[in-house]
Design a protein around this ligand. Structure first.
Ligand code: ZN
Length: 292
């Protein structure tokens, strides 16, 4: 058996999977303080286990540098109570199995990549728009790291202060993509949680910002598939509006069917195949990779 954890800023998902990676049991609980949340996860695996290996994918930023003293920590998050939290050590001490660690979005990208049955792309990007904005990338079946890990939510995009006087919600950059388009930004700008916002102009603006962000992603990484996940992305019509705007922004420049026609873009930027289980499915794949 393999274990997987998607440690999200709003909720944690724990899963058990068989030797083929098929999920056999999952549980979801809200994210509270670090100690209580980790205790819930440990209890799940101690009661249902043992597992041969564990994959953990977490909201970030996280330290993925194995040689670092803070490997496996969530670092400079603005989430109250979670800054500089060691996620890995308590799990390792309690469960005593090999553990793989990555970002939640790299996990989701890997889960979605594995879920493609035919003609698997060599490069797939998973973009989440929820409490925050981020992207994970899989290249040839391997999650992309680098100096730290991609921080797509913090790219800069054009921001008209006339159309949108909101200064942005990112505590580090103000009006970066996350500062303009995350769930936190929507709530701060419109005074209501994203599920309670019904004004068309709010969602027109959101689609505009997401399309501008996706243009940056396409220009830099040239992914063959983009998956748009996260709670905010579930708003009815937002995916289609973002696809339309992206097609218009692409302006016939990219000589690929995926970006030259509206129907191409609709097949290129898609909702997650695995729904809310992309991240934890990727965590299971990572566990399979580190099992002895
Ligand atoms: Zn930022």
């Amino acid at each position: 058996m393999f274990g997987g954890i998607e440690a999200g800023g709003t909720k944690w998902i724990c899963a058990l999977a068989d030797s083929h990676g098929t999920l056999v049991e999952t549980t979801t609980f809200p994210t509270s303080g670090p100690e209580a949340t980790l205790a819930c996860a440990i209890a799940f695996f101690q009661e249902r286990g043992p597992v041969d290996a564990l994959g953990v994918v977490a909201f970030g930023p996280v330290d993925l540098r194995r040689e670092s003293a803070t490997y496996g920590h969530i670092t400079s998050t603005p989430k109250p109570g979670w800054r500089d939290t060691d996620v890995l050590s308590p799990l390792a001490r309690a469960l005593r199995v090999p553990i793989a660690f990555d970002t939640d979005v790299n996990g989701a990208a890997l889960g979605e990549w594995c879920a493609v049955a035919k003609n698997r792309p060599s490069t797939l990007a998973y973009v989440t728009v929820g409490t925050g904005v981020g992207a994970g990338v899989v290249v040839g079946g391997v999650p992309l790291h680098g100096l730290l890990h991609p921080e797509f939510g913090h790219v800069r995009i054009p921001h008209s202060h006339v159309r949108d006087p909101f200064a942005g919600s990112c505590p580090f950059h103000g009006d970066c993509l996350e500062g303009l388009a995350s769930g936190v930004a929507l709530e701060a700008r419109w005074g209501a949680s994203p599920v309670e916002i019904h004004e068309p102009r709010a969602w027109d603006l959101e689609a505009e910002y997401l399309a501008l962000g996706l243009m940056n992603l396409i220009c830099v990484l040239s992914p063959q598939q983009i998956v748009l996940g996260g709670g905010v992305s579930k708003h009815a019509g937002l995916l289609e509006a973002t696809q339309q705007r992206l097609w218009s922004l692409a302006s016939g420049y990219f000589q690929a069917a995926e970006l030259l026609t509206a129907s191409g873009v609709a097949a290129y930027v898609t909702a997650p195949r695995l729904g809310d289980y992309s991240g934890v499915s990727g965590a299971i794949e990572l566990a399979r990779g580190v099992a002895g």
